[in-house]
Design a protein around this ligand. Structure first.
Ligand code: PAN
Ligand code: ZN
Length: 196
């Protein structure tokens, strides 16, 4: 891929880029075992394989020095009490960071390190979120009416490790209680000691 400067427009109203190379759609069926309420998950899936989130990627060579970037859109909805969210991942190269710029919506970024430290930061329009190296990250849409739209940038060689989160889950979940988002412990989370 030729490295020449380029620009593209971000249309915030429609949450779309004027140019992108890849459009990924993640549906409920690809999130098996990720939501706590398995019965609610099965019931929802029996009705419809809902579209949970979409990613519009600008492709760049996956090498150090390049920056991969694009738009992530998490749609509104819940599985049981738990808001729609991304799968979440560690970067395969753990020592790589990521920047998220929130364009639209209301949400939270749930993060944790392999050692079990955790953090949850708000995502609101015009906020920048820095995910440091080593921190797994998952975006959660805490609005039930509006999309959560973020622009992300991360190193080309970072790679994605989904398996670890699929196995151990995140330490914290974001659920609705009395109409408000709450951060609660994930009873299925495996601590570093339990994993070994
Ligand atoms: C983002 C995420 C995007 C979708 O580009 O990949 O928000 O989330 P999942 O990859 O967890 O399904 C990113 O963090 N890239 O590294
Ligand atoms: Zn990432």
């Amino acid at each position: 891929m030729k490295s020449v400067p380029f620009t593209f427009e971000v249309c915030i109203a429609d949450a779309i880029l004027s140019h992108y190379d890849n459009h990924i759609q993640r549906r409920l069926s690809s999130m098996k075992g990720q939501f706590l309420d398995q019965a609610a998950y099965d019931a929802l899936l029996a009705r419809e394989d809902a579209l949970l989130y979409e990613v519009y990627e600008i492709k760049r060579p996956e090498v150090a020095g390049e920056l991969l970037h694009g738009l992530s859109i998490v749609h509104p909805g819940k599985v049981g009490d738990e808001y729609y969210m991304t799968k979440g991942h560690f970067h395969t190269v753990l020592e790589t960071a990521e920047v998220y710029y929130c364009l639209k919506g209301q949400g939270m970024m749930v993060m944790e390190t392999p050692e079990g430290e955790w953090a949850v930061e708000p995502l609101r329009p015009n906020t920048v979120l820095y995910v440091p190296p080593r921190w797994a990250h998952r975006s959660v849409n805490t609005s039930l009416t509006e999309d959560l739209v973020t622009f992300f940038v991360y190193p080309g060689h970072a790679g994605h490790d989904y398996r670890t989160i699929e196995t151990q889950g995140f330490r914290k979940l974001v659920v609705e209680r009395d109409g408000q988002p709450h951060i609660v412990d994930n009873p299925r989370w495996l601590s570093p000691e339990q994993r070994s």
